[in-house]
Design a protein around this ligand. Structure first.
Ligand code: FE2
Length: 371
């Protein structure tokens, strides 16, 4: 392309990428003053002058797919004047996309659900360390990468959901107990290809080591009522119908059914109970959704500002309520229906630990026959 190659020799790398991608930051426009003159002469000026009138923009690659998040982006723009350009896709697709875009990636911030996904992005070298006092004080240490590659922004607990007419809460205790022969043929749970279960197993690896965790996984598989199929909501439905007696799901799936406008879904929610495992020892496994600044971001300051905004009390409330999650920041009120599930002790294991254990967890589940 003529303009691109012309600009390539005229501009430094940063300005080049921005100009080619027709980015809209004021900073770049000012820095690219010379380029504008050149590009105008080349017939490119109309576009750049339109661009110059716009405000700064960050490109957000997000695997969060909740419409309510839009209110967050608007809140950020209102506060800072920085626009948010949203690209939505599942985490693995976004990670692949940033990889293939390489040094030219326009991504500034990557947001995903589950520490396992954030870890994969970090492991692939796609995120850069961020040191921000605001983020460090807002987000508890166990919910962020120690080097600042990513920060947890909301929390979800992986709880036991049981059929109230078949199971008494007094029969329930820990994740470990799910391998007990008393549950033979009574458990349904999502596939091992799902990152939520990988993270749970990753957290157990940290406590029990490989041999014990694998023996546990084998025990759980022995207790399956049927081979894994469907998402967390599907498991809750199976439990409510009596096809299984219990399952493990993230809290927000239960609340979603409780709040549903469909009477049949409300009824499903009424048939099941929620139990927070391991209250007498390390606490219930808690996972995060979160984000980090992409390594090749050319809007690093704005990207950090965005994460800091998401950690503010105002945004934390919106972000958590949007998907019936717990805020990462303490002192922020939570959704009433979520609160009705009860207070519980959380496992404070750093999310980076079970993130890092992700691939070992998956291999182990595979060996245990967890489909
Ligand atoms: Fe989910």
């Amino acid at each position: 392309m003529f303009y691109a190659s012309f600009l390539r020799v005229s501009l430094n790398n940063e300005v080049l990428e921005m100009a080619i991608q027709m980015k809209t930051t004021r900073r770049v426009f000012l820095a690219a003053g010379t380029a504008v003159a050149i590009a105008t002469a080349a017939g490119f000026g109309k576009h750049l002058s339109v661009e110059a009138q716009s405000n700064r923009t960050i490109n957000l690659y997000s695997a969060r797919h909740y419409d309510s998040d839009n209110a967050l982006y608007e809140g950020f723009t209102k506060k800072t004047g920085i626009k948010v350009n949203l690209i939505e896709a599942p985490a693995d697709k976004l990670i692949e996309r940033i990889k293939s875009e390489g040094a030219n990636s326009p991504a500034d911030v990557l947001m995903t659900v589950d520490a396992g996904n954030l870890w994969r992005a970090q492991e692939a070298g796609l995120l850069q360390p961020v040191s921000s006092k605001t983020l460090q004080s807002a987000i508890p240490a166990n919910l962020r990468d120690p080097q600042g590659h990513w920060f947890g922004l909301s929390k979800r607990a992986r709880v036991i959901v049981y059929n109230k007419s078949r199971v008494q809460p007094s029969q329930l205790s820990t994740y470990e107990d799910l391998a007990s022969p008393k549950w033979k043929g009574r458990i349904m749970i999502r596939s091992s290809s799902n990152v939520y279960n990988q993270s749970l197993v990753g957290s157990m690896l940290a406590v029990h080591g490989a041999a014990k965790t694998e023996a546990w996984a084998k025990g759980v598989v022995t207790n399956f009522a049927a081979p894994p199929k469907g998402n967390d909501t599907a498991q809750i439905k199976e439990v409510a119908s009596g096809a299984a007696d219990l399952t493990l799901v993230n809290t927000y799936y239960v609340v979603r059914l409780m709040k549903s406008n469909k009477p049949e879904e409300k009824e499903i929610a009424s048939k099941v109970g929620v139990f927070f495992p391991n209250q007498r020892d390390r606490g219930t496994h808690v996972n995060i959704s979160g984000g980090g600044v992409v390594k090749t971001s050319q809007n690093r300051d704005a990207a950090i500002q965005f994460l800091e905004y998401l950690a503010s009390p105002e945004a934390q409330s919106l972000l958590a309520r949007g998907n019936n999650e717990y805020p990462a920041r303490s002192g922020v009120s939570i959704d009433q229906m979520l609160a009705s599930l009860g207070k519980f002790k959380e496992d404070k294991l750093n999310a980076a630990v079970y993130g890092r254990n992700n691939s070992e967890a998956l291999k182990l589940m595979d060996r245990a026959g967890w489909k």
